[in-house]
Design a protein around this ligand. Structure first.
Ligand code: RIB
Length: 277
């Protein structure tokens, strides 16, 4: 029987506009259109894992606003268990201000809102995990909470996948418990500079594929004119990877599924499939 995937992380309302090119510091450019889309690295990964067939629970916080209510309903409609999703009073749901340029590249400013308020209550959800289950975390919520959850899940025999996005230094024991740490090239460089020693390291290289403990896999090819938006491609990768690992897939199979999900993600607009909030 497949294990469960528990995603502890952020949920954001993404406010997205398209730009011909990104502004330089101090410069103003005009954007075209403004969409409210479902985002946040945690929820993006949860939705991707659910789309890949996993039994998924999302643990995190939203505010007591329209965005938070819409997000809860959205996850429920996708079969994601939201019993560990807390609504925080008098606090806005997290937001991300995103500009996407014509070549599909994005720039993102995150305003954390309720994502900053995860605490011991969210960590407690990890106590439902056991061998065969997967805890998937990123670093868009308080690091102390992430670290405690990782230690607790690993102590219960669950597999832990740590996506080091956005990059922040982690204690050596947390890095060593992850199987794997998932990092992009910049995060890998930061990990190396910090002297981190992952037990298992999966590095993503965008269009150039990925390497898991040095074994490389090519990306699924996507023609340049098919790349609409790279936002959330890494999240789709992580969600599909966690789903495959919870199913018991071998590394090669899991990595192939993750690369395929990442490629699909760049062909659509927004960080999730059907992202309108
Ligand atoms: O990884 C993409 C995500 O980063 C966006 O959905 C945005 O909300 C930020 O969290």
């Amino acid at each position: 029987m497949a294990g469960r995937v528990l995603v502890l992380g952020s949920l954001n309302v993404d406010l997205v506009t398209r730009v011909e090119r990104h502004p330089r510091p101090g410069e103003t450019v005009l954007g075209e259109g403004l969409r409210r889309l479902a985002g946040g690295k945690g929820a993006n990964q949860a939705v991707a894992a659910a789309a890949a067939g996993a039994d998924v629970a999302m643990v995190g916080c939203v505010g007591d606003d329209a965005g938070g209510a819409a997000y809860r309903a959205r996850l429920e409609a996708r079969g994601v268990d939201v019993s560990g999703l807390r609504t925080v009073e008098d606090t806005p749901t997290g937001h991300a201000l995103i500009a996407v340029s014509d070549d599909g590249e994005n720039s993102i400013v995150v305003v954390p809102g309720a994502n900053d308020l995860l605490d011991e209550r969210e960590v407690a959800a990890v106590d439902t995990l056991g061998p065969g289950d997967v805890l998937l975390v990123q670093l868009e919520v308080p690091r102390t909470v992430v670290c405690t959850a990782v230690r607790r899940a690993a102590g219960r025999g669950a597999r832990v996948v740590v996506n080091t996005a956005p990059y922040a230094a982690l204690p050596p024991d947390v890095v060593a418990l992850a199987d794997p740490v998932v990092a992009n090239e910049l995060e890998m460089a930061a990990l190396a500079e910090a002297g981190a020693e992952p037990r298992s390291l999966l590095v993503t290289f965008g269009a150039n594929g990925a390497a898991w403990d040095g074994a490389t896999s090519p990306a699924v090819e996507v023609a340049a004119d098919e790349v609409l938006d790279t936002t959330g491609a890494g999240d789709a990768f992580c969600g599909a990877l966690a789903a495959a690992l919870a199913r018991g897939d071998e590394r090669d199979t899991a990595l192939a599924a993750a690369l395929a999900a990442g490629a699909d993600a760049v062909r659509r607009e927004g960080a999730q499939a059907d992202p309108e909030l």
